[in-house]
Each structure stands twice: as C-alpha cells, then as structure tokens.
Design a protein around this ligand. Structure first.
Ligand SMILES: Cc1cc2nc3c(=O)[nH]c(=O)nc-3n(C[C@H](O)[C@H](O)[C@H](O)COP(=O)(O)OP(=O)(O)OC[C@H]3O[C@@H](n4cnc5c(N)ncnc54)[C@H](O)[C@@H]3O)c2cc1C
Length: 469
C-alpha cells in the first residue's frame, strides 16, 4: 500500500480527528521545506508573512479560500465599495494606518451613511422623536426615554469599569464571568429591555455571552477612538496589497487538514494531498475553523479546550443596490433598527441625498434562524421585510450580495465571543506557544480591537519566531 493510501485509510477510519483527537504518524519528509509556514492569509497571516519575509526568512502562506483577506471582504457593486466584513479603521489603529501609508493606500470617511434613525418595534415604524411616548414603548421608568439601540450600552455603562481592558481576566473580576443575561437580571433590567437588547446583540445571545467579555469590548471600543475611516476603494485593497508585498509566498486554495508539531519540524498537509514542512508554523485560522483541522496531541489541554469550545458570533448580511433608473429622490434615506429578522439596515445616499445602497445586518438568534435556510430563502425573507418597512422601495432594489459569516466554512462566524466561564479559563491560553506552533489572529490579541488586533497579533507571533530561530 502506498503512503498516501495509508493516510487516506487512517482518515477514513477516523484516526484523524479534530483538535481533541489523535493524529497518525508522520509522513515522509518532502521537498516543500521552508523556515515558516503561515496558515491563513487574513490580516494576521499576511502581517506575519510580510514581517518574516522582510527579516529574510523563507515563508509559505497557505490559504484555504480562493482569495486573500479572510474576514475583510469588499463588495464592489454599482459604484459602491461596501464592506461585508471588517469596516471601521479607528483613529487608534496605529499599525494598520502605518501599513496603509507604506502601501500607498489613503484612508477616507466611511461613506455617506444616512444620519437619521428609525425604529421598527412590534411591526410598527417609529421615529426617534416618537419613541418615548409611543404605545409600542413598553419599557419601564427611566428606560422609556432610551432609544432601543442605546439600551445595551446604557445598561453596560452602569457596570464596573476595568482600569485596563486586560483586567478582564483577573481573579477580582471572576464574578463577572457569568452570562450577560444573568448579569443584567441581577441589575433589575426589565424583561422588555432584555428582549430589545437581544434583537441586535453583537453575540450569539445574551445568554451565551460572558458579562466580563461584554464589559471588556466596551472598554476596548474607547481605545479604537472616534472618527473611524476605511481604505479608499475598499478594505480588500489593503489585504490585497499586503499579499502582493509578500509575493509568490502566498498560495490560495490550500485547505490545511493536518498539522504535526514534531520534534524537529512542523509538518502540514492540505486536502489536495500536498505536504509541507517548516521549522515553525503560525496558525491564524479562527479557532472555529481550526476545530476541523487534525492537530497532533502535543498541545496543552487548555489550548485544546479553548479551540474545541470556541464560540463565534453569527452575522448575516444582505446588500441591496437601489435601482437608479427609477426616481429615487423621493425614497426615504434612513437607517432602521428593528426587533425582527431585518436586523439593522444601514442606508447610503449620494451627493444629492438620494438612497443608493442598503445593507441589512442581522445578529444573534435572528442570524442563526436565517442561516438555517438556503441562501435564496434567507434573502427573500430579508427582502420582503425590507419592502414592508420601506414600501417605496418595492421593485426598485437589486440584491447584490448575501453574506453569512457563520455558514462560511473558513470563518464559522464573524468574531470570537467568550461564553460564561471562558474569560477565566480560555483567554489566558489563546495565544500560548505550543512547541513549534505559534498562534495569531484577532482571537489571540486583547489590547486592541478587530482588524488592529489581528495585525498586532501577526507581528507578535512573527517576533516570537524571530527570537527563536
Ligand atoms: C461583519 C464583520 C464586521 C467587522 N467589522 C469590523 C470593524 O468595523 N472594525 C474592525 O476593526 N474589525 C471588524 N471586524 C473584524 C475584523 O474583520 C477581523 O478581526 C479581522 O479581519 C480578522 O483577521 P484574522 O487574520 O485574525 O482572521 P481571518 O481574516 O479570518 O483570517 C484567517 C484566514 O485563515 C483562513 N483559513 C481558515 N481555515 C483554514 C484552513 N483549514 N487552511 C488554510 N487557511 C484557512 C481563512 O480563509 C482566512 O483567510 C469585522 C468582522 C466582520 C466579520
């Protein structure tokens, strides 16, 4: 029997299993030897590769998708560069801004988003001015004056504040590592306020998110700074330029299926049967996707648990272009915040203030419900809801993009969230080095947020390696 057949046979007999399992013996050495293998060509992986290549190392980047960028994805359509993934580059994003300058990519304002907000509660459109006295406002006491979109931040803002975001893992704050729902109930938040917060919570649900995590994200948001921007022409230009600067080291359509952390080398196998070895390896895949990769047993119990139990936030979007052939000047340009399956709708306008583009952005339980349906059905539900609350749009929109981050095999969600108990048990192990394996990605870096954290993590992992090689 040939070696490949043996490996296939072992896979079929389930000896090759996910992060929790055993991995078959090493395959023979091959010619695909490099200094460092980087798994994933998102922001973290590209940053590591760029840094290490500049240091003179032989680097190979293996990317599963046919494109680079990972959770950065610009949708270019109808003259709009809409972002389906990472959008806002905060003023505090020092490294991302430095790279953008080096790559000759100017930053611009986020776009002409509509200023006005309208609410859809229990099926009724309600303006911000009407909300405090509207019959559908079932909130109690002082909350009655609070807009549905502000309830979450108001309730969190009344909680404890960490001196530094990194305090969230300290033993002192362990009592906060409970479900956010339970924490809010302890604060006597009303059932109706909880219902409205649940509608668009940036997590799977209030129940599945640790209060310690929610408070940490709030303190991080302040570091991001005001006046967020994006890359002119779309953020995908940034990841494409980063990939170009790394050159032919980036290989797409390479789905990594096995990683062996061996005594002298790291060995990596892809689904297409190709095999590579290196002195060290940086894994930047989200832990949600890493669950599917067979890792050998030389990995700490804590890390293995963090991978196995990782939870990622579902985010589903439908992008609509507004048909400019029709007279759009009378169509209302307003952002919607709904308590239903439409989630939030962000409207973009042209210079004259006419509606040009809408993005329905659905979180949490409502996103999970849409994700269970075939894409065309999910789109149709969102489209029908859109036409219900924007009647003037009937027949005047075109669906240009549907994005379910939870259904994408190589993301399985938009960003990591920590469930009750996980802040204390998992966070300290997310970035730990395991033998010759280094870990980067937004889920491993906690002093920054989003895209900046991915970049900083990529630099950190690259530096860990250059200190060792
Ligand atoms: C809807 C949405 C909105 C966001 N908004 C913002 C925002 O406004 N501001 C902000 O700062 N951040 C935002 N973010 C977060 C930001 O986009 C991410 O933090 C960042 O892009 C993550 O980069 P990364 O390199 O850690 O991971 P990724 O970009 O996910 O890169 C990991 C790469 O690994 C690859 N991969 C996975 N499995 C395998 C495998 N088996 N083999 C080989 N390759 C594999 C993936 O294809 C991917 O390319 C947003 C994200 C989403 C989804």
């Amino acid at each position: 029997m040939h070696r490949r057949q043996i490996i296939k046979g072992l896979a079929a007999s389930s000896l090759f299993v996910g992060a929790g399992g055993i991995v078959a013996p090493l395959w023979a050495a091959n010619d695909n030897n490099v200094d460092i293998i980087v798994i994933g060509a998102g922001l973290a992986g590209l940053t590591s590769a760029r840094y290490l290549k500049e240091q003179g190392y032989k680097v190979l980047v293996l990317e599963a998708r046919e494109r680079v960028g990972g959770r950065i994805r610009t949708v270019n359509s109808h003259g709009i560069n809409a972002e389906a993934g990472g959008l806002q580059i905060g003023q505090g994003y020092g490294m991302m801004r430095t790279y953008a300058q080096q790559l000759g990519l100017p930053l611009v304002s986020l776009g002409n988003y509509a200023k006005q907000n309208t609410f859809v509660i229990n099926g009724q459109r309600i303006s911000a001015a009407e909300w405090p006295t509207h019959p559908q406002n079932k909130l109690l006491g002082d909350d009655k004056k609070t807009l549905p979109s502000s309830l979450y931040y108001k309730a969190l803002g009344q909680g404890p504040k960490y001196a530094l975001p990194s305090d969230w893992t300290s033993a002192k704050y362990a009592p906060l590592d409970i479900s956010l729902k339970e924490y809010f109930q302890q604060q006597n938040i009303s059932v109706e306020a909880l219902r409205l917060m649940e509608a668009n919570v940036n997590a799977s649900s209030l129940q599945e998110l640790s209060a310690a995590d929610a408070l940490y994200r709030l303190s991080l948001a302040k570091i991001g700074g005001r006046g967020a921007q994006k890359i002119q022409g779309g953020n995908s230009r940034f990841t494409q330029a980063m990939a170009d600067s790394v050159g032919d080291a980036v290989h797409t359509n390479k789905v990594v299926s096995h990683i062996i952390n061996a005594a002298k080398t790291v060995r990596v196998r892809c689904e297409d049967g190709s095999e590579y070895s290196a002195k060290r390896c940086i894994i930047t895949t989200p832990f949600s996707a890493l669950k599917e990769v067979a890792l050998n047993s030389d990995i700490s119990v804590q890390k293995r648990r963090a991978i196995k139990e990782a939870v990622y936030t579902p985010v589903t979007q439908v992008h609509f272009a507004v048909n400019q052939q029709a007279d759009v000047s009378m169509l209302e340009a307003t952002n919607l915040w709904t308590d239903n399956t439409l989630g939030r709708v962000f409207s973009q306008v042209d210079q004259s203030g006419s509606l040009t583009y809408l993005t329905s952005w659905v979180n949490g339980q409502q996103a999970k419900a849409l994700d269970k349906l075939p894409a065309n059905q999910a789109i149709s539900i969102v489209n029908n809801a859109l036409e219900t609350y924007y009647p003037g749009l009937k027949g005047k929109t075109e669906v240009v993009h549907h994005q379910s981050w939870a259904n994408e095999r190589f993301s399985k969600g938009a960003y990591i969230q920590f469930s009750p108990g996980q802040v204390q048990t998992h966070v300290p192990h997310m970035a730990s080095v395991e033998g010759k394996l280094h870990f980067a990605g937004e889920h491993t870096e906690f002093m920054y947020s989003g895209m900046e954290s991915a970049i900083i993590s990529g630099l950190r992992a690259a530096q860990e390696i250059s200190e060792r090689l």
